[in-house]
Design a binder for this molecule. Structure first.
Ligand code: ZN
Length: 315
């Protein structure tokens, strides 16, 4: 069965700053430049591995003048990437050299974690994972392939009560509870690996969130195909009394959305058709891509989209 995190979508400030940080500082590939289909004057930028595999994709809605968000209960607290165990030193030096806000190394569940922030204050971390050196990494700019990020490790969700959120993860989304440390409960898919972990942090009396720059908008989980997605939607309704939106065609995947019981916005996205559906893998992310209906408005859309600056890619 195909399970795990499909993508994470967050809110950012200026698009050019966002592109610079994720492509040049972190060395991810800009795999798609498109617009928010529900608000086509706004970019929707996708970063990931070479092909934009499920479990590697971080996407942003950048707003030039966004107010900073404030983390609260019912939100994703942190988004965590995997790097090879021997690469943590490289990344620590890199963050110092590039002035990236970061904390001292810490241990979680026995693994070494380097927490840091993007220019909008989004909470991110790298986790040192043994044995993944041989997994291929996208290499661009000055992040060598050997040290490259290998997709997501996990997200952590800040909720008041872990039980109902945990029930949706285990009964619907293919995770099982594997451990506890302090206030954190860890869930993992059968295969683990890329995008295979979710942490629930149960906290009481925390501030209400104020979504804005640096906030995660939603977390998407994988469904192999439409039938698997429909089965998950049925389980949500029958076992948890949770309804979803109708299926929406996002061009690169098909999605339904719902609020999990802890109030975090979840999506279930199909693995297909993927990012090579409208441009070749070799040139992913180099041109503005629009779905059919919006293609008719291309010149108007291009006129209002802010400049992306240096994307580190040949146009
Ligand atoms: Zn999404």
């Amino acid at each position: 069965m195909t399970h795990g995190i499909h993508h994470v979508t967050a809110i950012a400030g200026p698009a050019s700053r966002n592109v610079g940080f994720y492509t040049r500082t972190l060395g991810l590939r800009l795999v798609k430049r498109t617009v928010n289909f529900d608000d086509p004057g706004t970019w929707h930028l996708y970063y990931g591995d070479e092909t934009g595999s499920a479990g590697t994709i971080l996407t942003f809605f950048p707003w030039e003048h966004v107010a900073p968000g404030r983390l609260g209960v019912g939100e994703t607290q942190e988004t965590v990437f995997r790097v090879p165990e021997g690469s943590i030193g490289f990344w620590t030096h890199r963050f110092i050299a590039h002035g990236v806000a970061h904390e001292a190394l810490e241990k979680r569940f026995g693994e070494t974690v380097l927490t840091f922030r993007d220019p909008d204050g989004m909470r991110l971390a790298l986790i040192a994972v043994p044995g993944i050196e041989s997994e291929s990494g996208w290499s661009a700019g000055d992040v060598p392939a050997e040290h490259a990020i290998r997709g997501f490790h996990s997200v952590s969700l800040l909720v008041e009560d872990r039980e109902p959120t945990g029930a949706v993860l285990t009964d619907v989304l293919g995770f099982r509870q594997i451990g506890e440390e302090g206030t954190t409960t860890r869930f993992r898919t059968e295969q683990g690996g890329i995008g295979g972990t979710v942490d629930i942090r149960a906290v009481g009396g925390f501030l209400k969130p104020r979504p804005g720059g640096g906030s995660v908008h939603h977390v998407a989980f994988r469904a192999a195909d439409d039938a698997a997605q429909a089965a998950m939607v049925r389980r949500l309704a029958e076992n948890h009394r949770i309804g979803t939106t109708e299926q929406k065609d996002r061009n690169y995947f098909r999605s339904v959305y719902f609020r999990e019981p802890g109030h975090v916005l979840f999506e279930i996205a199909t693995d297909s058709p993927g990012f090579a559906v409208d441009e070749p893998v070799a040139t992913l992310g180099t041109a503005l891509k629009l779905p059919g209906g919006l293609e008719l408005q291309r010149s108007r859309i291009e006129a209002v989209l802010p400049d992306l600056g240096d994307t580190g890619l040949a146009a």
